[in-house]
Structures are given as C-alpha cells and as structure tokens.
Design a protein around this ligand. Structure first.
Ligand SMILES: [Zn+2]
Length: 346
C-alpha cells in the first residue's frame, strides 16, 4: 500500500533555492517581467523543466535565475520555497543560495541577494514555524577565485544572517575538489560548517577528497557505493551522505531510478539523509523522495523513519534546538508510525 510521507516530520538539508521555486511562483515572475512569450502559462514553465540531458538542465536553471532580477525576487522565492517545505512537515532546512549565475549573468551583489533570501526565510519562519538556515554555494566550474571572492562578499554578513555553510556543486570531472581546500579552510575559520557536493557523477575518489578536506556531510556521494572500503570509512568517520534519488536519475548520474545505490549504502551502514536537490525542476519534493525510496527502492518504513530522524541529528543547528526538535520528532514520529501500523525503530 502506498504510504504518504508528508505527515512524517522531516528535515531538508540539500536543496537549491533556484531549483526549488514552485512553478506557480516562477510564472508570477514571468508575468512580472513581461516575458510571457517565453512561457505563456504555468504548464509552459513545467515543460521548460523536461530535460533532454544535463546541458539542457543547466540551460533551464539559468533561465530560471534570469527571473531573479532584484533582491526582492530572492526574498519572494525564499519565502515560497520555505512555505512549500513547511507544508510537507519539514521542521528544519538548510537552503542553498547559488551565487554563480546570479552574480555572473544577472550582475547581483552577493551580499544583497543573500540578505534578501534571509529576509524571506525569516518571514517564512514567522508564518509557518519552519527553522531555516542558509548555505551559500558556487559551482566548481566557476573556479576557485570566484568562490573565494564570494566567500569574502558574505563575510561581513555573518553576524546578521544565519549562514551555516559554504558549499560547492557542479563540474566534478573538470574541477577536482582539492583545488578548493583553501576555500573550505577559510570558511571553517569564519565559523562555517562543511558540506560539499562530491561523488555525484565522478568516482569514489571525489568522496575520498571530500573526507580528506574535512567534510562533515557530503552532498550526494552516491559513487561511494562502488567502493566497500570507502563505505566502511564513511561509517567509521560517521559522515552522512545527503542522498537525492530523483535528482540522480534526472541528471543522468544514474541510469535507472530502480538501480539507485541507496539500499546498498544502507546495507553497509552508511549514515544517510534524504533530500530533493532541485525539487521544482525535477518534479519531486522531499516527501516524494521518501515515497520513491519506499516504493521503488524497497526501503522499509522503520528505516525511513530512522533516516528522517538522522536529518535532525545531522543538520547544522545549535544543540538546544537539536534537542528540542529531536524530542518533538520522537513524539510525533511515534504517533505517525502507530497510525500506520509501522514499527517505530529502536
Ligand atoms: Zn545539489
């Protein structure tokens, strides 16, 4: 029987703001900027998110960012994205703001858009109760120097905006992670936590690099499943992978959803969380990722409840908040299980 995971309390620790904007909100921006010739209705926005290949995905991503013309637009979409998460019973999230396209193509000042996104998240917290933090991200393809400049841009904001981490995503094959070692050292010195995309499309070596660079969590990291020794190392170091199954199929990181390595990672005891990455662009949601794990990948419900709990253990939040959220989680998740005749995991 299909189980709806919307009501299970969850976190969302790997989500890109630009890829998460609900299609209705994108269409609001299409109208605002008088670009109906590019997408005359919401269906047309949705069709923009049917991808032939990875290059097409990147083109659609940049098209979306081209509607974030002013800091107010960032505030608006951050609010909408956090609201969408809250309606899926997500209690804590770290939302990544990408500075690549916004700064390079649109010409934004990094600090302006980060501050604006933060205003949106704060308003969402008041309205929906969701606790939201920001991660700031650039693509590896934008280069080390660009990333260092963006890190410098956001440094003055640190007392004012709750930025929990600096992240790099993108071009794994052409831009090896060790190039970013100094960047992450600097970020840590600024008090930021460390997660990075690694082993999404390239091999296990990328994940070894991330571990070597002190990653506290790893974005995707699914290629670890090709290397039993690496999986054992993740267990030993207690490093969680932020796994996003639907995204991996959509970008071609795996060929078939049914062959996703999540079950193999779980069998090896690797800590994982579940996330949606770019949910609007990949026609998914964090609740749907749980459904897919259950229905397509055969992960049982007690394990999924444990994964949901893992998110609260791994989120970059202060310890009093973690303790409060975990206590609330245990009460509500127990009730969620009882109502569905699901055994609550020990
Ligand atoms: Zn990502």
């Amino acid at each position: 029987m299909a189980i709806d995971f919307t009501g299970l309390p969850k976190t969302e620790l790997h989500i890109h703001l630009e890829g998460a904007i609900p299609v209705e909100s994108v269409f609001t921006l299409v109208r605002k900027y008088g670009r109906l010739s590019e997408a005359p209705d919401i269906e047309a926005v949705r069709r923009r998110y049917e991808f032939d290949d990875f290059a097409h995905f990147l083109e659609s991503y940049r098209w979306t960012v081209s509607f974030l013309q002013s800091p107010d637009d960032y505030e608006y979409v951050a609010y909408e994205v956090a609201g969408t998460l809250a309606r899926q019973n997500v209690w804590f999230t770290e939302i990544m703001v990408g500075l690549g396209s916004g700064v390079m193509d649109v010409g934004h000042d990094s600090a302006d858009i980060v501050r604006a996104a933060w205003r949106g998240l704060k308003a969402a917290e008041v309205q929906f109760g969701i606790r939201a933090r920001l991660q700031v991200a650039t693509g590896r393809q934008h280069g080390v120097e660009f990333a260092q400049e963006r890190l410098r841009d956001i440094e003055p904001l640190l007392g004012e905006v709750d930025i929990c981490a600096f992240n790099v995503a993108g071009a794994e094959h052409t831009h090896p992670l060790p190039q970013y070692r100094g960047l992450f050292e600097r970020a840590r010195a600024m008090g930021l936590r460390t997660t990075m995309h690694a082993g999404e499309v390239s091999g296990p070596g990328d994940v070894y690099d991330a571990l070597d660079m002190g990653a506290e969590r790893i974005g995707h990291g699914i290629k670890s499943a090709l290397d039993p020794q690496l999986m054992a190392e993740l267990v030993r170091r207690d490093i969680a992978l932020e796994v996003c199954p639907v995204s991996n199929e959509a970008t071609g990181a795996i060929t078939r959803l049914a062959d996703h390595p999540l079950p193999r990672l779980l069998r090896a005891g690797v800590p994982v969380t579940l996330s949606s990455d770019d949910p609007a662009m990949f026609h998914t949601s964090v609740a749907r990722e749980y459904e897919v794990a259950h229905e397509v990948l055969g992960v049982d419900c007690p394990t999924l409840v444990r994964i949901a709990r893992e998110g609260f253990k791994r989120g970059f939040m202060d310890e009093p908040l973690r303790a409060a959220l975990l206590a609330r989680f245990d009460a509500q998740a127990r009730a969620w299980c009882a109502a569905r005749d699901v055994q609550y995991p020990a």
